[in-house]
Design a protein around this ligand. Structure first.
Ligand code: A2P
Length: 311
């Protein structure tokens, strides 16, 4: 591998490859991960295979997405050494509690077809049953100690959830994955994460997600935003690429989702340009403080009645 002008690694053919971020326990995570939320099982294996061939080396899934098995299939079909692929998955709230979460690891690992998971995180805090959330996290600590997972973390934890968790547990989460795009930047969450050495990872990093029918249908699309489009034109890049670059330059991991081969390739082709400080500031100023997804304080098992099946 050679070096490009930005100091990023390149292949012998000159193609830039994904860069990595070092987590608080020394494990390296590719900064751009491939997201598969709302990818149907039928689409997922092909999308994962396409993504790995396009240069991704990090896949983000979840037990609750119902496609872990197909993620594993996609990795095997890609002919890329599975050891080179960083796999991140999430424990769903119906599996919280110490013993249940130990078993949730077995279910996920079996479906993925791997013995060790690179990053296992709690999908949501469960504020109305926080003792089960703590039990689940203690199980992650045990799995880390036993070498079944290489790193552990959380998702959708607001600063008060993080503080409550940290009072009762030992290992600082490596990652907190939260909704984060130019229209919803959560500066308080980013600050709390940074103060504890937790990597902020952006879900819906280009603001493209629409959850369920009727939810977010009238929301303005950040992909159409005039400021983002102007900056994209300046660099000869797309709005999605500008947003991904904004995440990377501010030190975040981002996990764009796509099932379209062209957009899958586009979303990893973000290592050959740089936004300047004024552009980063302009994008920060687009924040509207309005979530596209659910409020983490409102989630409990009855919100989404999903049970994670046995393999
Ligand atoms: P598709 O799968 O058809 O490409 P996010 O990861 O921010 O939630 O965005 C995911 C949504 O944005 C999906 O609907 C995806 O649709 C779409 N998308 C992904 N990449 C791009 C892109 N480069 N440009 C425009 N839309 C995109």
């Amino acid at each position: 591998m050679g070096e490009d002008p930005l100091g990023l690694a390149t292949t012998p053919s000159g193609n830039l490859v994904n860069d990595t971020i070092t987590l608080n326990n020394g494990v390296r995570i590719p900064s751009i991960g491939f997201g598969v939320f709302q990818s149907s099982p039928e689409e997922t294996a092909v999308a994962v295979e396409t993504a790995l061939k396009a240069g991704y080396r990090h896949i983000d899934t979840a037990a609750g997405y119902g496609n872990e098995r197909e993620v594993g299939d996609g990795i095997r079909r890609s002919d890329i050494d599975p050891a080179e692929v960083f796999v991140e998955t999430k424990v769903w709230v119906s599996d919280y509690g110490y013993d249940q979460t130990l078993h949730a690891f077995e279910k996920s690992a079996t479906k993925l077809g791997i013995s060790q998971i690179d990053l296992l995180i709690l999908h949501q805090p469960m504020p109305q049953h926080f003792e089960r959330t703590v039990g689940a996290y203690r199980a992650l600590e045990r799995l880390l100690d036993d070498g079944h997972v290489r790193s552990i973390g959380v998702s959708n934890f607001m600063p008060h959830h993080l503080a409550a968790l940290r009072e009762q547990t030992t290992v600082v989460p490596a990652v907190n994955q939260v909704e984060l795009h130019p229209y919803f930047t959560q500066p308080d969450v980013q600050r709390a994460n940074a103060e504890s050495g937790i990597l902020t990872q952006a879900w819906s990093p280009i603001g493209g997600i629409t959850f369920y029918p009727g939810w977010g249908e009238n929301r303005a699309s950040v992909l159409e935003d005039g400021t983002i489009r102007r900056i994209a034109e300046t660099h000869g890049k797309t709005p999605a690429q500008v947003m991904l670059r904004w995440h990377l330059q501010q030190g975040r991991s981002a996990i764009p989702k796509s099932t379209d081969p062209g957009r899958i390739a586009q979303n990893i082709d973000v290592f050959d340009f740089q936004l300047d400080t004024d552009e980063l500031t302009e994008i920060d100023a687009l924040d509207r403080g309005i979530r596209g997804g659910p409020d983490p304080d409102g989630v409990d098992p009855s919100t989404w009645d999903v049970e994670i099946p046995e393999p």
